[in-house]
Ligand binder design. Structure first.
Ligand code: SAM
Length: 284
C-alpha cells in the first residue's frame, strides 16, 4: 500500500510575548509527530509553558544539509513535522528556506501557521511609508560585503528593513549614515511585544549621537526611509546662479531668438513666459 506523504508545517513562534500564539499554532504542535526546532532548549520552554509534550529534534544552520534529508525521509513515511525557530517566522533570517525547497523538490506538502515576524511589525510602527518596502535582513559581518549591500540601496526610494544585534547597532548605523546621509529618517524598533517595547523615530545622525551616550539594549529592527525621489531634482541647476537676464542671454548666445530664449527660461524656471518677458525688458 502506498504511503501518503506527511506535511511540513512552518509555525511562527512569539517574538517576546507568549500570548501571541494562535489556537491553530497550539493545535498543530499538539497534532504533529515531530517538532524540528532551531534550538530545542528554547522550544522546550515554550512547549512546557503550553503543556505540550512532543518529540523534538534540532534543525539549525550547522546541521541543515544532513538533517534536512533526514526530515524529508520522515515526511515521506507519512509523518507530519512542525518547523519552529527561536522567535518569529521560520525561514525569515532563520533556518527553514532550504528545508522548504527540499520538500518542494520531493513533492511534500508545505503549509504555514502564520504569526509574528519582527520586520513587518517594526514597519507598521515606524510611521514610514508602508506602500513599498524591502526586507534586507542582517548585513554581512564582512566589511566589504556590508558596504556593497548598503551601496546597492543608496538610490532606492522604498522603505528598507534591517535586523541587527544590539552590540553591532552603532557600527551599522555609522555605515548607514555614510551611505544614506545623516539626515535620512529612520525608526529604531526595539523589544517588540515585550515590556520595554520602544520606537525611536529620528534621523541617522540623531541616532548616532544618542548611542554615543546610551548603550543599545535588547533586540532591534532598523527601518529606513527610502530616498526622496525629488532629491535628484533638487540638485543645483546650471542656471541657478544667473539672473533672469543672464539666463535669457545665455540661450541667445547659443543661437536662440529672444522669443525662444524667453520660452526656454520660463520652462527651466517653471514660471509664465510673460514674467520672464517683463523682467527681461524692464530696464531696456
Ligand atoms: N524569524 C524572526 C522573525 O520572523 O522576525 C527573525 C529572527 S532573527 C535571527 C532575529 C532578529 O529579529 C533580531 O536580531 C532582531 O533584529 C529581530 N527581532 C526579533 N525579535 C524582536 C523583537 N521582539 N523586537 C525587535 N526586534 C526583534
Amino acid at each position: 500500500m502506498e504511503t501518503t506523504y506527511g506535511t511540513l508545517y512552518l509555525c511562527a513562534t512569539p517574538i517576546g510575548n507568549l500570548s501571541d500564539v494562535s489556537q491553530r499554532f497550539l493545535n498543530t504542535l499538539n497534532d504533529v509527530d515531530l517538532i524540528a526546532a532551531e534550538d530545542t532548549r528554547v522550544t522546550l520552554k515554550l512547549l512546557n509553558y503550553f503543556n505540550i509534550k512532543k518529540q523534538l529534534t534540532s534543525y539549525h544552520e550547522h546541521n541543515k544539509a544532513e538533517k534536512g534529508q533526514q526530515l524529508v525521509e520522515i515526511l515521506k513515511q507519512g509523518k507530519n513535522i512542525a518547523l519552529v525557530s527561536d522567535a518569529g517566522t521560520p525561514a525569515i533570517s532563520d533556518p527553514g528556506e532550504d528545508l522548504v525547497r527540499l520538500c518542494i523538490e520531493n513533492d511534500i506538502n508545505v503549509t504555514t501557521i502564520p504569526g509574528c515576524v519582527a520586520a513587518v511589525n517594526a514597519l507598521i510602527l515606524s510611521g514610514l511609508s508602508t506602500k513599498r518596502f524591502s526586507f534586507e535582513g542582517f548585513l554581512s559581518v564582512n566589511k566589504r560585503h556590508r558596504k556593497e549591500h548598503l551601496k546597492s540601496l543608496e538610490n532606492d526610494t522604498h522603505t528598507m528593513i534591517f535586523y541587527e544585534a544590539p552590540h553591532k547597532l552603532t557600527y551599522t548605523l555609522a555605515d548607514m549614515a555614510e551611505v544614506f546621509g545623516q539626515n535620512r529618517r529612520i525608526a529604531l524598533v526595539r523589544e517588540l511585544t515585550k515590556l520595554h517595547e520602544e520606537v525611536l523615530r529620528l534621523t541617522l545622525g540623531e541616532a548616532l549621537q544618542k548611542f554615543e551616550v546610551d548603550k543599545p539594549r535588547g533586540e532591534y529592527v532598523i527601518v529606513i526611509e527610502g530616498k526622496n525621489p525629488d532629491e535628484e531634482g533638487q540638485e543645483e541647476q546650471w542656471w541657478e546662479a544667473l539672473s533672469v537676464i543672464e539666463h535669457v542671454d545665455e540661450y541667445i548666445s547659443k543661437g536662440q531668438s529672444s522669443k525662444e530664449a524667453i520660452k526656454s527660461v520660463a520652462d527651466d524656471r517653471g514660471v509664465p513666459k510673460r514674467d520672464i518677458y517683463n523682467e527681461y525688458h524692464r530696464d531696456r
